[in-house]
Design a protein around this ligand. Sequence first.
Ligand SMILES: *Cc1c(COP(=O)(O)O)cnc(C)c1O
Length: 397
Amino acid sequence: MTTLPNMHDAEPIPAAAREAIDRLMHSGDLFRYTAPKDAPVALLEAEFAQMMGSKFALAVSSCSAALFLSLKALDLPRDARVLIPGFTFAAVPSSVVHADCVPVLCEVGENYRIDMADFEAKLDDDIQAVIISHMRGHTSDMDAIMALCDARNIPVIEDAAHSLGTLWHDKKIGTIGKIGCFSFQSYKMINAGEGGILITDDADLVARAIIMSGAYEHNWKKHPVLQEAFGTWQNKLPLYNLRMSNLSAVVIRPQLPELARRVADGRRNHDLVAEALNSSPWIDVPEKLAPETRAPDSLQFNLVGMDDAEVTAFVEVAEAAGVKVQVFGLSSDNARAFWNWQFMPEMPELPQTRAMLMRACDTRLPARLTAAECDAVAGVLLNAAQSVMNPARAYGT
Ligand SMILES: *Cc1c(COP(=O)(O)O)cnc(C)c1O
């Protein structure tokens, strides 16, 4: 039997990063705007924009900072209402509150995707922007979302923090809405500890975001954006200082060529474990929507036909056997359970999303695992369900 892998370690950072870090250590040139050109952050922006097929990219301190700057760059008035899914990470409603706007939550289905009937119902005249959080990389119906938002002229920001490498009809996630935001936090496909980036084709929008990210005085001249887009905004916008350091950029750049392999490995691992789990009557891994090509580095599944005590027992048995599983709704502090966002100015009840969160399990499934290690993980989960629901038949049958 394969021993269980360490599910938390990331991949090693490619060796090429060391040389670049060493050079930075010698020069001390850590600030993105010191060098006249070709600073690592500027090179990262150019490479990332090219990789995504976008006109512009702005690297910042986190995906949350990118979401905040996106809302600010849209020039929304104070208290503008921003529609977001009820299943996301607390940083998303937080970025809305940070931008002086009001988050409005819509229902999410058992398949972790936005409930389109509730989305349409909540997309009323008061909604001034939408953030689509592709939570855990699960892609909602972007065709329907874009049709509804375009018809009403409502800008869509994609929170693609966990979706780097995901496709929708062969188009890269993060390039479908007006702005796409990504994360380089350690649990995402590319790991710099912290960091984020936003992409857009809108020169005026990115010019505003660049200035507000902290391109004070004429530092914006170091960004390859139509320069007249900047002149209008000189000295007119607040400077929030959410820049990325050169040190982060040199850790990120050598990981970009690794992305395609990580995505392929992550998808293989996900599909292996998903198929195994779906053989259990007590576990359901929801299907993706047809146009989506996934890029997963974690696995979500629903427990079926279990009561709360059985769900808790399942988690305990799996953990004792070496696989840590979190049920989103079962802990009192899970940052992905909307009722724990007590900072929200308005808190709706979302019965469908709540029911999903009480049975939906989350486990990491890093791309670096081997197929044999994935089998071992699936075995632990299957056996845990069996031993809780049908103890007579578990172990050795
Ligand atoms: C990680 C994550 C974020 C936050 O990203 P940071 O870079 O840590 O700010 C936002 N949304 C989703 C869906 C995430 O997975």
